[in-house]
Every structure is written in structure tokens, then in C-alpha cells.
Design a binder for this molecule. Sequence first.
Ligand SMILES: Cc1ncc(COP(=O)(O)O)c(C=O)c1O
Length: 420
Amino acid sequence: MINSENGFFDCYGGKYVAEVLRKTLDELECAFNDAIKDENFLKELSIIQRDYIGRETPLLYAQKASELLGGAQIYIKLEGLANTGAHKINNAIGQCLLAKRMGKKRIIAETGAGQHGVATAAACAKLGLDCTVYMGEVDVRRQQPNVSSMEMYGARVHAVTSGSRTLKDAVNEAMRDWAANPDTTHYCLGSALGPAPFPDMVREFQSVIGKEVLHQAKERNLDIEALIACCGGGSNSIGFFAPFIGQQKPRLIAVEAGGIGPGIGENASRMTGTVARDGILQGYKSRFLLDDDGQALPTRSISAGLDYCGIGPQLAALGKTGRIEFTSALDAEALEAVKFFAKNEGVLFAMESAHAGAEAIKLAPKLSRNKAIIVNMSGRGDKDIFITCPVFRTEEWKQFLISELDRLNNSQDIHDAELM
Ligand SMILES: Cc1ncc(COP(=O)(O)O)c(C=O)c1O
């Protein structure tokens, strides 16, 4: 089950949208199916991937980490070295290029933590497209550094004030905008979910990760036991796993946010949690964290990118067949993994990716030394400094923020710049 059948992966997927969006989704599907068979489109995409995103990203042998853990050899796919700091740019560039080919000059996107918003804003700046990013008002307030980056790339950030004012409300608002402006606008959805054709399309644009790993591993003659990726909506994991799905090996392991524990509202475990169920939300059928009335339950994770109540339909289907194994890592385990790989490999994992790192730390010692496991570091941790520093250096961070506030209030340079 690599491509969907009519938008379905077994019982999951579909296009559960209002009539006005059906035609738009059908047109998008046709345009995408044409583009990925067109050598000119693929050539243009691969040049941008090379020169702008910085592909291919390295596959790093984590020698010291492997020796310390004393089992399988750990390799890290450094997606965090992609331009803008995470895998999200692979999909953003692919969809924006497709939109241009369709003659659409305006891009809209949803964002939660801001990574997909930043990637889309950057892609639009590069490709000369107008960009509006919908972001819940609550997220705008807690993710100011990413809002600033999006604006620097020339995007408008629209703060959404409906509902809980977070990611799912941003998706609803983006869908509304798209339904009102289908001729001029493309909705660049940020993960391998949503109505068809998004799950197929996002997987395809992210599969560049897995294709590179396939040949990088072959070059080094690795005997891969497992690929490990973190899983929010599922775009980095499905792109990483894509070329391996049709084979029986290696093991494909997706790691969800275990948050602070198994209780309702304490995690974002759609496949490993006890309260997940099948449902239809935001245009697709999948596994969700829902209450008895079918409303999204609150979720929790230290990593904003994994903190979502739904999962891509292909991941849900492959989880059901057992081809993808699901597990979870607690916030505390992810923080330990950040420290472990920073100290021993000089690599700073994003909090999301550190969930995969935490699973590698658990799994490696159980395997023999001639086996390899590959961890997808979907993003780098620079963006998380406002999360990790208050945990690792609480007092010093408080003092830093106080002095920054002081500097901001008093700095002549800033006042001078405001006057210009
Ligand atoms: C660095 C990073 N990794 C992973 C994710 C999770 O998304 P997905 O499961 O779609 O890869 C995000 C989402 O923002 C992210 O920023």
C-alpha cells in the first residue's frame, strides 16, 4: 500500500469536504499526477532541492553514541540541515512549485508551532508567490520568533480567533479561505493528512528523504534493522519510510508524543494511546483523539510539532497492518535524548525529532553490533531554545529574559530604528 486507491488507504483517507472544495481537490489531484510524471517539473524540483534546500542531507554515523549504548550502530539522517531547519521545506517547495505550474499566485498555509509556516513563507519568497499563513491566536503569542521569521520572508500572518485559537482552528480558517478563492489560491497543507490528494502528495514530496537514505545506506553496505522517525501528522516519517514500505524489512518505527503520561489530555498518542478511535475530522478519516461526541480532545507534548489530535491516514492504515510499529516517548525521555546526542555527537535534535532519538537509545542496546538503525533527525533544535533553556538552566534563563526586557526598553539603537 504505497499510493492510495481513490484517496483511500484501506478504510482511512478520503475527501470529506464541502461540495465547493471537491472540484478544487480534483483539479489539484490531476495537476499533481501530471507534474510528477513531467521530467521538466522533476528537473526544476531537483535543482531547487540541491541549490536552495541544500540536498542531499548527510547521513551521519553516530560512532560515540553507538559505542556508549553498546549495540546496533546508530546513523542519523540530518534533515535539520535543510534550509529553514527542518524537513517541512521539502513539502513546501514541492507544493509551491506545483501551484506555480497551475497558475496560482497566492499561497495559504496553516501552522501550529510555526515550522511549516516558516517553510512555506520561505518557499514563497524564493518562488515569488504571495503568502498568507493562518495561525491560532494562542500560537501566535507563544511562537513569536517564528512569526517574526515568516514576516521577514514577506508573509502575512493571520491570527485566528475562533474556537480554541490553535492549530485545528487555523486549518478550518485556511479551508474557508481556499473555498472562497479556489481560482487564485493554493492551500499548502503541512503534513501527510487532510483530504485526498494531500496524503499522497505530501508523502511524495517528502520521499526524497527515504530515497537518499536508500542509496546512502547501500553505499555503506549497512544491514539496516530499523528506521525510526517521530510522528506528528506523519510527513517526515512517511517520507523517510516510503521506499521501504513495500519490503518486509527493515522495521519501520514511528514515535508519538507520550507527553507526561497515559491520561486523557496528557499526550498525543493516536496509535499507542488508550482513548484513540476512528473518526472523520478536517476532511479525512483516520485515528484521532476524540471525545464521545466526536470532538477533538486536548493533547499535550513538549514538542509543538507532535501536539495534534490526528494522524495521516496512510500511517493509520500501515499501523493497523503492523508494517509500521508505533511507540511513544515521554517529554522527559525526549529531553534526555536531546542532551545525549548534543553531548556525544555534537548534534542538537529538535524536540520532535528527539522522540525518535529516545527510541534509538532504548532499541540500540537490544540489537547486535553488526546491525544498523537509522534515526531521522527531522529538525534541528535551535528553534527550541525557549523550551530547552528554561528546563536546563531555569534561573539563568529568567535572568537573561529580564535583562533582554531591560535592553529592549532602554536601547537607543531600537528607538532610532523605529524612527527611521
Ligand atoms: C522538526 C519537526 N519534526 C517533526 C514534526 C512533526 O510533523 P510530521 O509528523 O508531519 O513530520 C514537526 C512539525 O512541525 C517538526 O517541526
